[in-house]
Each structure stands twice: as structure tokens, then as C-alpha cells.
Write a protein that binds this ligand. Structure first.
Ligand code: ZN
Length: 393
């Protein structure tokens, strides 16, 4: 087994939690302090991190660690440096940025999602490097803005940095499950435009409100049809088509037929479901005489479906078995991650695996088990060795 610096990885996680790197640009806060800490650690080890701004003040940090052991593939370790805001402080019983260790747990915002995972990728790579030469190389990436629009991952792909990557391990908290599949997300805005009129003379206008109501009702039928056509995925569950925002008129003008009504729809998909087709179907459902329906795609993140026998998944599974002595458990990511961007737009097979519970992310009193950080670092080091040497058994 590759020896890892157990104390170092835990202390570095604490240090990362202690720098607030909340994704809250409106209040002048972002991932920069965490990105700087990561870059400093890389330099301390003699790596040469490239810091690239995905947007002004939003740095991606990427270091390529050559194995020096001849030709081989390129493995990418990915983590994000931003965290969601701490939310209502009164719900916390610990300092969200204290990085305190108590009862075998490391507490704070980002402890699970995903500063421990990010620290584990760095320390795993360092451990493999210290263990001797290895074939190929590891690209260690700390990207910006995962919790926002994923501009870090998109920039990484747009810069061509994914082109030479053969497989990516994304260190999101998945409670030790190996997640090679992720649900897709499609967010739509439907604007229904009619004609404004006085409520006393409705025939003079064209009211988009009944059209909005019909659309909302029809979405339920569409969801049922999609669920019938695409049976629930074993790790991802069902397709959902959920109207989340309905907007029209104003309380101050109950006597006015509004010109426009808008319906926002949150669609969650599984492999095999086509996003363009759904957007088209929603547009068709919205169409009504005298009303102009316009569908805008706000977010389009397709589902991820990497086969379990892909080398990066197989290497991780073999490493999990070797380090923990337990059979790997396969799962699915309920939302999207940077892995979605890497796989769909970068063409890189990705798998998500990391320390911390699936459901603790974004909550008050977020924590990660200290032992899990160390175990995961060992699994990452072993997975990298296996992926790069082709030892997938
Ligand atoms: Zn995350």
C-alpha cells in the first residue's frame, strides 16, 4: 500500500476550511483564498501550478505531476475550491470556518463539499510521487465556481486542458460510493405573450394566464409519459418535470389582464433522455391560439453515464477493494458536478468518489469523518497507481 501523510491531509483540510471561500461574488467573496492555499501547497512540493482566471478574480489552479516512469495515460484529479455560503449562523453549533476537530469529525463549511476531497487528491498525488516513478502523469485540478455556473470547469475544457486527459476522478462527497452516473439537469423558462386588456373587457385582450395554467397541468402528463418511456434508473431514480416558478400580473392590478405570463421548469433526467426533445415538447405544450410561446434554456447539463468497466472506474473500484477490504458500492450523483462538464463537453470519462456524506453538503454543521479523509487519500493514491500502470484487477 502507498504510504500517505495522514496528518498532513487532515491539517490541510482544516486550513482550507479556515479560509472562507464562499461562492458569493455579490458580497465580494469567492474561491480565491482557497485557490491560493492550494497553489502554495503545490509550490511547497516543487510542483508548478498554473493559475488561470476562468473569469476575473475566479482562479483555476492546475498542476501537472509527471511520473518520470515512461509513457502512460493522463489521470485527472478534480476538486472545486468554492463552497456554498454558511447560511443562517444560528443553525450552526460550531464555527463554520473554524475547521474544528471533535468526536472524530472535522467540522465546517466545505469540510465534506469538498475541501477534504480536494486535499485528498493533492496528498494522494504527492504520496504516489514520493513512492517512486510512475508511468504517465497526474493533472491535479482545483477549479472555480462549481457551486455556481461551473465556469471553472467550462473554462478548463474551453482552454483545451481536458484534451489529453484519459480519465477523471471528481472528489465530491459520495459517502464512499463509486458514482459513474449522474443525473442531468435542464432548466427552462417559458414566456407566454398575449395582449394586455382591462379586466372589464377581456375580449379586447389575449390572456396568457390560462395558457400558463394549461401548461403547468400538461407538464404533469409529460412527466408521467417520460417516466413510462424511461423506467427508473437503478442509481438515479426517475425523470422529474417540475414547474417551480409561475409569474404573471401584479397584485396592485387585479383588474388588468397581463400581457405576459412566465413558467419556469426544473427537469431532472436520466441517461437516454434527450434534453432538446424535452425543450421542444414543452414549447409545443405551451402553444395556444393567440398566445406566443417562447422557450429559453437556462441550464443544460446532460446526464452522465460512464460504463463501470471504463479504466478510471475499474481502477477506483479495485483501489477501494484493496484499501478498505470491502466490495465497492456503486451509486449515482443526484445533481450535476464538474464531472458533467468534463464528460459531456470535454469528452473525458469521469467518476465521482470522495469523503463525506452525500446529504451533509450545503447543510449547517457540515462535517466529514477524519478517518474517511485518510482512507480516501489512500484509495486515491492506489487508484492513480492502478490507472496509470493499467493494473485494474
Ligand atoms: Zn461539491
Amino acid at each position: 500500500m502507498i504510504e500517505v501523510d495522514a496528518r498532513g491531509v487532515v491539517e490541510f483540510t482544516q486550513a482550507l476550511v479556515r479560509v472562507p471561500s464562499t461562492n458569493d461574488p455579490a458580497r465580494g467573496r469567492d474561491e480565491r483564498p482557497a485557490a491560493e492555499l492550494v497553489a502554495a501547497k503545490m509550490r511547497e512540493w516543487g510542483w508548478e501550478p498554473h493559475v488561470q482566471e476562468a473569469a476575473p478574480g475566479r482562479p483555476n489552479v492546475v498542476a501537472v505531476v509527471e511520473g518520470g516512469g515512461g509513457e502512460g495515460p493522463t489521470l485527472m484529479f478534480e476538486g472545486h475550491t468554492d463552497v456554498v455560503t454558511e447560511g443562517d449562523l444560528s443553525e450552526w453549533t460550531v464555527d463554520p470556518f473554524g475547521g474544528e476537530i471533535r468526536d472524530g469529525r472535522l467540522w465546517g463549511r466545505g469540510s465534506a463539499d469538498m475541501k477534504s476531497g480536494l486535499a485528498a487528491t493533492l496528498y494522494a498525488t504527492r504520496a504516489l510521487q514520493l513512492a517512486g516513478p510512475f508511468p504517465g502523469r497526474i493533472k491535479v485540478c482545483a477549479l472555480a465556481d462549481e457551486e455556481g455556473l461551473m465556469i471553472g470547469a467550462h473554462h478548463f475544457v474551453a482552454e483545451g486542458l481536458a484534451a489529453d486527459v484519459d480519465g477523471a476522478i471528481v472528489a465530491e462527497p459520495e459517502a464512499g460510493e463509486i458514482c459513474a452516473v449522474a443525473k442531468g439537469a435542464l432548466r427552462l423558462r417559458v414566456d407566454l405573450t398575449g395582449k394586455m386588456a382591462h379586466g372589464a373587457m377581456p375580449r379586447h385582450g389575449r390572456n396568457p394566464v390560462p395558457a400558463a395554467a394549461s401548461l403547468v397541468a400538461a407538464l404533469e402528463t409529460l412527466e408521467k409519459e417520460l417516466q413510462d418511456r424511461h423506467p427508473a434508473h437503478e442509481h438515479l431514480g426517475e425523470v422529474y418535470v417540475t414547474p417551480t416558478v409561475v409569474r404573471a400580473g401584479s397584485e396592485e392590478q387585479v383588474n388588468v389582464i397581463p400581457a405576459v405570463a412566465s413558467v419556469f421548469v426544473d427537469v431532472r433526467t436520466i441517461p437516454g433522455v434527450d434534453h432538446q426533445e424535452i425543450a421542444g415538447r414543452v414549447g409545443a405544450l405551451a402553444a395556444r391560439d393567440g398566445i406566443i410561446a417562447e422557450v429559453s434554456i437556462l441550464v443544460d447539463r446532460p446526464p452522465v453515464d460512464v460504463p463501470v468497466d471504463d479504466p478510471v472506474v475499474a481502477a477506483l473500484a479495485a483501489a477501494h477493494r484493496a484499501v478498505t477490504g470491502q466490495e465497492p458500492v456503486y451509486g449515482g450523483v443526484p445533481g450535476s458536478t464538474d464531472g458533467t462538464v468534463l464528460t459531456h463537453w470535454g469528452g473525458v470519462p469521469s467518476v465521482v468518489y470522495g469523503p463525506g456524506g452525500k446529504w451533509i453538503a450545503h447543510q449547517a454543521d457540515e462535517y466529514v469523518e477524519v478517518a474517511e479523509i485518510v482512507r480516501c487519500t489512500r484509495v486515491f493514491a492506489e487508484a492513480a497507481r492502478r490507472f496509470l500502470t493499467g493494473d485494474l484487477s
